[in-house]
Design a protein. Structure first.
Length: 173
């Protein structure tokens, strides 16, 4: 699916990343690379996108990003703790300043989790160590509409969480 780069939110986010000197790495499960692909549609994306881990399978989350198997067992693949572990692992394996992670279900594969449930994490590398944030959203639509909405949401929330870094006393995950 071709996107109009001029009007696509990724253009705004790429400009935001550039203006704040941030370089992104993604750790993607349900979105399977769409977050990184949206940024790559923007000319000059190489200045703000370092790399992308597509870790669809649970074993790849463990092998590539160091997500502990017991964390997956305790919280489920579709969980904020797993999304945070994915983002932290991506940041450890990159030189990026920011990791964005997504994990979720876009169909009825898990009877215990509502279709369209998506968990996200944003982890920023800083002088005092990494700070992370996470959230869960439920999107409607077809399988691919859910995946597209998730990729867009992951990018559009970057400025929100980046701004929270500057607020004193802000809780983080």
């Amino acid at each position: 699916m071709e996107h109009d780069v001029e009007s696509h939110p990724a253009r705004r986010i790429a400009a935001y990343l550039r203006s704040h000197g941030l370089v992104l790495v993604t750790a993607e499960s349900c979105t399977a690379g769409l977050i990184a692909a949206r940024l790559a549609e923007v000319p000059g994306a190489g200045k703000v996108l370092e790399s992308a881990f597509v870790v669809y399978d649970p074993a790849s989350k463990q092998r590539c990003l160091g997500v502990p198997p017991d964390l997956i067992e305790r919280h489920n693949l579709t969980s904020e703790p797993v999304a945070l572990a994915m983002a932290e692992g991506a940041l450890r394996h990159s030189d990026a300043d920011l990791a964005v992670a997504n994990t979720g279900v876009a169909d009825d594969t898990d009877p215990d989790i509502e279709r369209g449930t998506q968990c996200f994490a944003w982890v920023f590398r800083g002088k005092g160590g990494a700070r992370g944030f996470s959230e869960t959203r439920v999107f409607g639509g077809s399988r691919n509409q859910i995946r597209e909405a998730s990729a867009g949401h992951a990018l559009l929330r970057i400025p929100h969480y980046h701004a929270l870094l500057a607020e004193p006393g802000t809780a983080h995950c």
